[in-house]
Design a protein around this ligand. Structure first.
Ligand SMILES: Nc1nc2c([nH]c(=O)n2[C@H]2C[C@H](O)[C@@H](COP(=O)(O)OP(=O)(O)OP(=O)(O)O)O2)c(=O)[nH]1
Length: 147
């Protein structure tokens, strides 16, 4: 496991995502199929917008609790970094829990349903959020280079 978490220096950010592995599978969430919703009916990862002055990691873990009912301990997080676009920054983390944690999932009220998905299936899915596919691929490349 590669442990490489960029330090948060207090700069503004919009939100944070968590690629959460349960065993060898990712916890993926199918977004609602609503007109007007960005990436409607696309596979997403837990995460969302910042609340108050929380840190990016607190934001990712809070959103994961709200969306999947899972409390991921900070020690389970192995990778994280900031991604800057023209007008905003967001954060992307990777964490790992045992497969048994799937039994503790309580799905929240955003999205159609959740499911376990291989990382390959998420990366290749024609209807997954592209920027999260790219960020996940970046983490996988780093992980696999160290094998
Ligand atoms: N993430 C997500 N948001 C949804 C869904 N359906 C739905 O009405 N929403 C609403 C709540 C969100 O605040 C808003 C915008 O979603 P978004 O994906 O662009 O933003 P976000 O994750 O940062 O939102 P949030 O969880 O912090 O509220 O749309 C859904 O299936 N997934």
């Amino acid at each position: 496991m590669q442990f490489d978490i960029e330090k948060y220096e207090g700069t503004a950010f919009k939100g944070a995502k968590l690629a959460l592995y349960l065993g060898d599978y990712l916890a993926a969430i199918l977004r609602d199929d609503k007109p007007g919703l960005i990436f409607a009916d696309h596979w997403d990862l837990p995460g969302g917008g910042r609340e108050g002055s929380e840190t990016p990691l607190d934001c990712a873990l809070r959103e994961c609790r709200e969306e999947l009912g899972l409390s991921v301990p900070q020690e389970a997080v192995c990778w994280g970094r900031e991604f800057r676009q023209e007008d905003h920054a967001s954060w992307f983390y990777v964490a790992q829990l045992p497969i048994e944690a799937q039994n503790d999932v309580v799905f929240g009220d955003e999205g159609q349903f959740w499911q376990l998905m291989t990382e390959d299936a998420f990366l290749k899915h024609p209807k997954a959020v592209p920027s999260f596919q790219e960020r996940l691929a970046l983490w996988i490349a780093g992980r696999d280079a160290r094998k």
